[in-house]
Write a protein of this length. Structure first.
Length: 175
């Protein structure tokens, strides 16, 4: 028996619960998100600070500090992570005009998720004068913070920043 989808949710984000048989009759199960297109985590920075957002996450019934991020969108010929990063940054923060650079990738949980997240730096000239209250209400973002790079350690140590994808993306970026 080959790998098969046992459940598919198409209303966005697209989720497939997939299984593959083992020799003893049991199955391995994992999730494929957005048909396997990479997501993006966006590190918006002016070189001195990083933009974080506090966003409601139903799975943990709480608002969580994290980097702007989202799912990959289908484009002709595959995925375009830099375009996805630009779209997510504008949708979630209203920021435009950044210079985007792919700095790495992370596998959020390769034991259960068949997806990767591309880490993209979005270099902005300044955060001054940017109105971060002009976001899409559907995003459920509570607030934003411009955090000095040297303060990120404090945010992590005191438990304000615990989102795994954001922590991994920041580690890739700093490396």
């Amino acid at each position: 028996m080959a790998t098969e989808s046992v459940y598919r949710y198409d209303l966005g984000p697209v989720l497939d619960l997939v299984r593959s048989p083992l020799e003893d009759g049991r199955f391995l199960h994992w999730l494929v998100v957005q048909d396997g297109r990479p997501g993006v985590a966006v590190i918006a920075t002016d070189g001195e600070s990083v933009l974080l957002q506090r966003q409601w996450r139903e799975a943990v019934s709480d608002s969580v500090w994290q980097l702007p991020r989202g799912f990959g969108e289908p484009v002709s010929g595959g995925s375009d992570s830099l375009a996805d990063a630009g779209r997510e940054l504008e949708e979630e923060t209203g920021l435009t005009g950044a210079v985007f650079t792919q700095v790495g990738r992370v596998l959020p949980d390769p034991g259960i998720l068949a997806t990767e997240v591309v880490v993209v730096e979005a270099r902005v000239s300044t955060f001054d004068g940017v109105d971060l209250s002009t976001t899409d209400p559907d995003e459920r973002i509570d607030e934003f913070a411009i955090v000095a790079v040297e303060e990120l350690r404090e945010w992590i140590q005191d438990g304000r920043l615990v989102d795994g994808i954001s922590l991994a993306a920041l580690a890739v970026w700093r490396a």
